[in-house]
Design a binder for this molecule. Structure first.
Ligand code: URA
Length: 433
């Protein structure tokens, strides 16, 4: 098969066969075709799209490019959750222990942050000793021991996606629903869970800025999952403003812990509870209302907090940090950003705010960059709030003195203050089942 002919076919708007998509994924996984040809085909797909059959074939081919996790050594129903990426999104740290307390095994592989979005592995690694590089055997042993394990992507899972995602990131070809759906679903199918809840983020901090695009993506992913025999649903949730108040790795662990203690911000509590309840419903634990109540009860009785601490301990981390978050190392400096005028905050450009966190050292521009786990932002005000001139909108935390000026300037540029109160956006914008 000639790769140039496949590029030309998609460039001219034609449909690719299963064999051609398999050749594409296989070549990407093995590195047998140069990056410039892979990138050219990605751009042709980005511009001309893939139909449902092509998207499914590409997903399956990416799964086959590597290993599939064998979770047969874990008893019971296995659940998984995936977010398409956002700012301040620490829901996994709440959903996973809550659901695990209800008897659904959580065997989850998570990613690191890249660009303006955070990653669960980076957050957990802010806990001293926490090991997110478990072998398959250690992963299964951990789930069997305490019912939950969140680790980094191990072994040779979806090497085609690894390659293509890195190329998409630098060739402006991330934002295509078929490419995003096949990328996420290949990893979820290779991850081996029985039930999957997807959190499709929508708004200025998400890849999907509008609801039509978010719904299209959610429908594609749910269709692929169902085709593979999974119990799967997607919630479309708001990412037009950061979720919760804390952004940055240890700051987000602290906020997740507060939420598990019943003291977290309401938006975070609501989104996490709805995701947990949907996953419990998929696992056959009752109606959505019953599952919402069940999930809340695991926060109220303290068992979900204990479960998170158990998971941290089993993965080598110091679980005292979960019970006493004052142990987390603090950033050296902090800087309060004040409102330049009075009025309502009508918008927060959330991707820009995520980028401020990267400037502060909490995220990475390139994969190999190291991060400062204590850096980040605590929002004192959010979209919809009224501020007087001089009120503190946010506090920046950082350990390199030179960072505050560019970060503060970028933050202020991302916040709009006007006289009229903005309309409130719902937190859950839709469900696809
Ligand atoms: N997350 C992924 O894993 N893949 C994408 O394409 C986008 C978000």
């Amino acid at each position: 098969m000639n790769f140039k002919d496949i590029i030309a076919k998609k460039r001219d708007g034609m449909e690719l066969s299963r064999e051609e998509l398999e050749f594409f994924a296989d070549s990407a996984g093995r590195g047998s075709v140069p990056d410039y040809q892979l990138s050219a085909l990605l751009m042709a797909i980005y511009l001309n799209g893939l139909n449902d059959r092509e998207t499914l074939d590409l997903t399956n081919a990416m799964v086959r490019s590597g290993d599939v996790a064998d979770l047969s050594g874990i008893d019971g129903i296995k659940g998984d959750k995936h977010s398409t990426g956002g700012v301040g999104d620490k829901t996994t740290l709440i959903v996973a222990p809550v659901v695990s307390c209800c008897g659904v095994r959580i065997a989850k592989m998570s990613g690191r942050g890249l660009g303006h979005t955070g990653g669960t592995v980076d957050k957990l690694e802010s806990i001293p000793g926490f090991n997110s590089s478990l072998s398959s055997e250690e992963f299964i042993r951990a789930v069997n021991k305490c019912g939950i394990c969140v680790t980094g992507q191990s072994g040779n899972l979806c090497p085609a996606d690894k390659k293509l995602y890195a190329l998409r990131d630098v060739t402006a070809t991330v934002g295509n629903s078929s490419l995003i759906a096949s990328s996420i679903m290949s990893k979820k199918l290779a991850g081996g869970a029985d039930c999957i809840v997807l959190d499709v983020k929508c708004g200025s901090g998400a890849f999907m800025h509008d609801i039509a695009f978010a719904r299209e993506l959610a429908e594609k992913m749910v269709g692929i999952g169902k085709g593979a025999g999974k119990k799967i649903a997607a919630l479309i949730t708001d990412m037009d403003v950061p979720l919760g108040k804390n952004i940055g790795n240890s700051l987000e662990v602290i906020e997740a812990v507060e939420t598990l203690k019943g003291n977290g911000p309401e938006d975070l509590r609501q989104v996490a509870l709805h995701l947990a309840a949907k996953l419990l419903q998929l696992a056959g634990k009752g109606s959505l209302e019953e599952c919402l109540a069940l999930a809340q009860s695991k926060i109220d009785d303290g068992s979900a907090l204990e479960k998170l601490a158990d998971m941290v301990a089993v993965q080598g981390g110091d679980s005292r940090y979960i019970y006493d978050t004052s142990l987390f190392e603090k950033a050296k400096y902090s800087f309060s950003i004040k409102a330049k005028k009075s009025g309502f905050i009508t918008s927060m450009e959330t991707e820009e705010i995520g980028s401020v966190c990267v400037i502060l050292g909490a995220g990475r521009q390139k994969k190999e960059d190291s991060i400062d786990h204590s850096a980040g932002i605590v929002l004192e005000k959010k979209t919809g709030d009224y501020v007087e001139k001089g009120d503190v909108i946010a506090v920046l935390h950082y350990s390199d003195e030179t960072l505050s000026a560019p970060a503060a300037e970028k933050f202020l540029g991302a916040v709009t203050i006007k006289d009229e109160k903005p309309e409130k956006r719902p937190l859950i914008l839709g469900t696809v089942e």
